[in-house]
Design a protein around this ligand. Sequence first.
Ligand code: 3HC
Length: 694
Amino acid sequence: MAAQVHYRTDGDVAVLTIDNPPVNAASHAVRSGIVDGLHRANGDASVNAIVLIGGGRTFIAGADIREFGQTLPPPHFPDVIDALEGSAKPVVAALHGTALGGGLEFALACHYRVALAGTKLGLPEVNLGLLPGAGGTQRLPRIVGPSKALEMILSGKPLGADEALKLGLVQQVTGQDLSAAAVAFARARAATGGPHPRARDLTDKVRGVDRALFAQVREQNARKWAGRIAELRIVECVEAACFKPTFDEGSAVERDLFVELRNSPQSKALRYAFFAEREAAKIPGLPDDLKPRSISSAAVIGAGTMGGGIAMCFANAGIPVQILDASQPALDAGMARVRDNYATSVARGSMPQARADAALELITTATRYEDIGHADVVVEAVFEDLAVKHEVFRTLDRVMKPGALLASNTSTLDVDAIASATHRPQDVIGTHFFSPANVMKLQENVRGEATSPETIARAMQLAKTIGKVPVLAGNCHGFIGNRILYVYGRECDFLLEEGATPWQIDRALQGFGFPMGLYLMRDLAGLDVGWRVRKGREAARDKSLRYSPVADRICELGRFGQKTGAGYYRYEGRKATPDPEIEKLIESVAAELGVTRRAVTDEEIVTRVLTSMANEGARILGEGIAIRASDIDVTYLYGYGFPRHQGGPMFWAEQQGLDRVLETVKRYEAEQGVLWAPAPLLVERAKAGKGWAA
Ligand code: 3HC
């Protein structure tokens, strides 16, 4: 038998234990081991029942995603399913940790399921652009009904063991020794004799279903699913479970559609994103034995929108946090905003009242720096101005206990310059959060020249603790995220002058999959902040380079975006309407600059935006500001709404072929000039004929 599945007997029950750490993914070796184990148990007259259980921290968490794309010999998933379901002796799946994807599908093919309290059961394939391809779309509706099955498979969210018990997905939940409970359960069922239930034989819940259910689901989600295919195929499969005359015919539909999805570029991008996120947490060069000290108390400087949002992140993770601001009225206003945010989450049903109350209890306020000196970490979230930040860090240096993590939520400024205000630059790091900080998942950590390995490791771990996805960036203006945003924003502004409108650019970007176009996003964030920054840097701006004054002109009209009722768009509440005045303004700027306006296509917009992102990304990678290309993609997926099923700007470029991307860059360089100079790394990698990896 394969080493990844151990066989033992407990009296008359054979126990197959999967041993494929860390998550017992159902690799080829695991599949072989299960089939062999079932064969052996069925051939042993002293065995009356079989238990399938995971060793270590979990049951099977799904197919081994790394195997997709490889050609492997049998047994394949359907072979294992047939062996489990066809076993003459009853098979009990004993679940703990996470029974996900193909793992849950194996369990559904077993005759019975017993779970340890706290187990999570789910079919998260949709997150990888897939559908449950080992019978999940056919068996689950037969057990829980099509409506609940659609909800589970389309959301990809797992259920708890208690809910699974109520739904009949498991037959017993135990708080005790899982293996012993499952063995006892199996023995008892064997004693009652067969035949043992098979989910495929259930028909009650999948017959007489109203077809309108499926039309409704498609219609309700049409906007959300625009451009994505996995969701549509999942609905087709569950529909097949209800309307195909036999289980096997429904399964054939599932098989075909699974193969289609597995081979689709969308699933490839989503699988890439899954691993990219995990890779980003790994920092080369940190000592292996480095165990960063944990963080159990926090302080945030500044009670503004960002400060409040960051404080909520700590509180949501159970970490007591103080918000410090100079004045009581500022703190009161900040706390009112925090309370409002929690109230909205409760009203939306995304957080139970008790959790919101518990989190709020953990947030306290202070006006004196001396009162926060004991905190393990302090995150500064004051106005984006170096002099102001210097002042704050000088004070933090004075009051914070030795070894405290000193973090700045700067989005563009020089982390070394900030650290220089202290006598402990080794403890200083940038932690760039994204607005709204309590919602957006990215935490862009920025290391300075003197930042210590311990500080880096601590900031990376902190992100995990508070539920963020960390990326480590080097120190430069705008780091990874905003540096690229600046470049593609600039290209969009040029496109306006050349003939596009803000609404056309937004429509094109949304068509590619961004949830919100650039100009809607700018209007939402407020145009005044960028304007102030530009004015501050105006003297230093290289006047020989092309510059679009459109954004400045809009601000000069007092149009700062949604909050003033007008920006690029005109607003009634949150509803944006294209504004002919802005079109006129753009036309007059173009005339002034001597730019001849022409018809711009949506396709050109998308290509120019993505190519500029990839070229700047290559520059960032070449300079060592990002550790790896996939870190740039993770930054964009989690901080800037880049559509996950497109993988990220660097993945996109690799899929196009770097030589093709370079050609486009060169074409723009010939047309637009030096701002489009190809990044040296792009030239090098395109010539090597490989992807971004050296
Ligand atoms: N295949 C291959 N590797 C996997 C994997 C999988 N299904 N799931 C996790 N891993 C790897 C991770 O890449 C990571 O590797 P690393 O240590 O080298 O970075 C390691 O296992 C640990 O994973 P996490 O860091 O994510 O550990 P957590 O404890 O935070 O989370 C988890 C565990 C909830 C199981 C999470 O890993 C997860 O959600 N995994 C994916 C589950 C999934 O999508 N299953 C469906 C797969 S598709 C399928 O089953 C098709 C079927 O229908 C035919």
